[in-house]
Ligand binder design. Structure first.
Ligand code: ARG
Ligand code: GLU
Length: 712
């Protein structure tokens, strides 16, 4: 008995030590210094230069950050080049809006899938960008050299922005490149990323949602998982292979490098690495911050979204057209909603607050009377105390107010366009796009729910005047009925009429519109009571965070710290591995087509397997895409990933593509705040399932023909 305990402790300790290495999202430029030896010890066969090099082609040239033209340095997803003709694979959910915007009742690409048979049929996606990192540079010293002592926090912020802009311009002047500087390690370091940003990204193919989104929001964030979450894009470039806006004569982009595709198969324990654009993590928060997320922010945001989802889901169940209209919106709302719940669960289970408190106790001891450190935690405590009511009120402004019922946020967009005297044509195009996916009745119900929650859950001082009035004597439903009867924004026809009838006075007239008045009331409260204070606290927190992390680094010289995710290119590495979420439960590391058939249920939308796939399964027509006789579908690994990593290439020890990252397992989604090696798993779709679907279901042999399949 004793011996067994001892052994367990030993295994646990060793496990902890080995697994610890799986935590972290590393900076490609610095792998050579911090990680490559460890990576090679874990089985990686290549060098640091194979991953990131400036003067020769490297794997980084095949990783694509997907963005929007207005904010190309925020990458909503990652993709990877897989052919010398600019072919890119990413997730189905990453291209979901593109697929949806090309869909109608006649051409329902969401339901039926879409496969361009030739280059002419590939569909343009205005506004989507694809960035490829050219190089990185440490500009910390340049920035610090430009800062003066004794200036205020907001002056300092301003000054940093100025210097960054200047450096970005200098770095790219006279070139087709774009540079962007971001803070790392809470502003203790600044790195510049220089990109080539392509603006002609076309949709090449997508499986039906019944494959690409199999399991829907029921299985989202869950393992075991059977989602074929992939889609295919192509980057087009100008005649010199340079980034260019869409033009019919653009040519497929010829990349510096692209990923080879591994047909070798996977084993538990295999080395894996994820190479992509993780968005945001907060690994160095204090217990005060975690407590606020766990007890205040998340629970309220969850409650608001639950109310919204109840309305939207009922609408989608009731009608096929509503299902199309609200598919993307529902997925968006449900996604974070479910993650926040998992996050709370994980934080509680791993006693993150208590653990952080213990660390903070040690910190206090270490800091002793050293002046610059001794007061840090007290300052945090004070600021989080001040912040509590404000973040709660801000959550309602956002979740229940501006992004609650659509009519509210929409009224503000229209006001902005009218104020800037946008062309009527332009407004109409914009409006068509909006009303195409709008349902007045659904939105009405959402508004009622939002107003109810707003009034119920906040102290009076945080409730905007109009919101309070809505809950007056006659009740919220009467208010909402009236708002929708009288607003010119309630449906397309009324809005078009309004534009026709009020050429010059439209902006002025809109001021009286009840939907816009509601928006203004919410916005005013925000601007007056919330935003200035939150900004002040934010500025103070920025400095505090910088000092805090610097102090932690000083306290733990033995630890290699990694920078929180900030939507820049990172490498996470680890291994393929199952996990045990609770007593007597253990998960395998991969799923198969057999599992899809087990879940098959024509009655349930999320589990209705396409007939053709059923038939393929019946005939066991699997081609070369099998492992132990079954078609592998998804697998899990210990790579530390987060939102933005969707679509990221998952690579094996040779640097070959074995899958696409698309999710994490629910038990471990608190890894944005605290990574726990025993339970944090990223979920990827196996590249062989991607090929299987392309080959057997879509018949897209020409696309597979473009790729390079290898046995390693
Ligand atoms: N959970 C994944 C991510 O965070 C997939 C989201 C899209 N899928 C969905 N069912 N909503 O983005
Ligand atoms: N689905 C996420 C994304 O869109 C990745 C999952 C995660 O947050 O790890 O990036």
């Amino acid at each position: 008995m004793k011996q067994r305990t001892l052994l367990l402790i030993l295994v646990f300790l060793l496990g902890g030590m080995i697994c610890r290495a799986d935590e972290g999202m590393w900076i490609p430029m610095l792998l050579k210094k911090y990680n490559i030896e460890e990576m090679q010890r874990q089985g990686f066969k290549l060098t640091a230069e194979d991953i990131y090099a400036v003067n020769q082609a490297s794997l980084k040239d095949a990783v694509v950050g997907l963005g929007y033209e207005e904010m190309p340095f925020f990458h909503f997803c990652t993709g990877e080049l897989v052919s010398k003709e600019g072919l890119v694979i990413t997730n189905h959910h990453c291209a979901f809006d593109m697929i949806q915007s090309h869909s109608s009742l006649e051409h329902n690409y969401l339901r039926d899938g879409f496969w361009a048979k030739n280059r002419e049929e590939e569909l343009i996606n205005p506004g989507i960008t694809a960035s490829i990192l050219v190089r990185m540079e440490d500009v910390t010293d340049k920035i610090n050299a430009g800062l003066k002592e004794g200036i205020s926090l907001s002056e300092q912020k301003q000054k940093i922005a100025e210097i960054c802009q200047q450096l970005e311009t200098e770095a790219t002047e006279g070139t087709e490149l774009k540079a962007n500087i971001k803070p790392y390690f809470n502003g203790n370091q600044y790195l510049m990323s220089v990109f080539r940003i392509f603006k002609d990204v076309r949709l090449v193919g997508a499986p039906p949602s019944a494959i690409g989104k199999f399991g829907g929001d029921t299985d989202n964030w869950m393992w075991p998982r059977h989602t074929g979450d992939f889609s295919v894009l192509r980057i087009y470039a100008g005649s010199r292979n340079e980034p260019a806006s869409y033009a019919p004569e653009n040519k497929p982009y010829q990349p510096e490098s692209f990923f080879k595709i591994s047909m070798k198969g996977l084993n538990e324990g295999d080395f894996t690495m994820v190479f992509g654009y993780p968005g945001t993590t907060n690994e160095y928060l204090t217990s005060y911050a975690i407590e606020q997320i766990q007890e205040v922010e998340n629970p309220h945001k969850i409650a608001i979204r639950t109310a919204k989802l109840n309305v939207i889901n009922a609408a989608m169940e009731s009608d096929e057209l509503l299902r199309i209209k609200y598919a993307s919106k529902a997925a968006g709302v449900a996604n974070a909603w479910k993650k926040w719940q998992g996050e709370i669960k994980g934080l509680k289970r791993f006693r993150t607050v208590a653990k952080k408190q213990e660390e903070e106790k040690a910190f206090r001891q270490w800091a002793g009377t050293q002046e610059e450190y001794a007061t840090l935690l007290e300052k945090y405590k004070h600021l989080y105390g001040q912040r509590k009511d404000l973040v709660l009120a801000a959550a309602y402004v956002n979740e229940a107010g501006k992004k609650g019922a659509e009519i509210v946020g929409w009224s503000a967009n229209i006001a902005r366009l009218l104020k800037d005297s946008a062309e009527k044509e332009q407004i109409l195009i914009y409006a068509d796009e909006y009303y195409k996916d709008y349902d007045r009745n659904t939105d009405k119900k959402i508004l009622s729910e939002m107003l109810r929650l707003y009034n119920r859950n906040l102290a009076p001082e945080w409730i905007p005047e109009e919101v309070r009035k809505a809950a007056g004597k006659k009740g919220i439903d009467v208010y909402v009925d009236k708002l929708f009867e009288t607003s010119v924004l309630a449906d397309r026809e009324t809005f078009v009429q309004f534009l026709e009838n009020n050429r010059l006075k439209a902006y002025k007239k809109l001021q009286k519109d009840p939907a816009y008045r509601l928006y203004v009331s919410i916005d005013q409260l925000y601007k007056k009571q919330i935003q200035p204070e939150l900004t002040r606290i934010g500025n103070e927190m920025t400095v505090l965070n910088q000092n805090w992390l610097a102090a932690l680094m000083k306290m733990h010289p033995e630890r290699t710290f990694y920078a929180d995710a900030n939507s820049t290119l990172r490498v996470a590495y680890g291994k393929i591995q199952g996990y045990a979420p609770s007593d007597a439960v253990g998960y395998e590391y991969y799923t198969t087509l057999k599992g899809i058939m087990e879940k098959d249920n024509p009655e349930i939308y999320d589990y209705n397997v396409p007939d053709k796939l059923r038939e393929i399964y019946r005939n066991r027509d699997f081609g070369p895409y099998t492992q132990d006789g079954e078609v592998p579908v998804c697998f899990i690994a210990t790579n530390h990933t987060t939102g933005g990593n969707s679509g990221s290439p998952v690579l094996n020890a040779e640097g070959h593509l074995i899958g696409l990252n698309f999710d994490r397992a629910w038990d471990g989604v608190m890894s944005d705040l605290q990574y726990a090696p025993e339970i944090c798993r990223n979920i990827a779709v196996d590249i062989r399932y991607v090929l299987f679907i392309m080959d057997k279901l879509a018949g897209a042999h020409h696309l597979i023909g473009e790729m390079l399949l290898v046995d390693e």
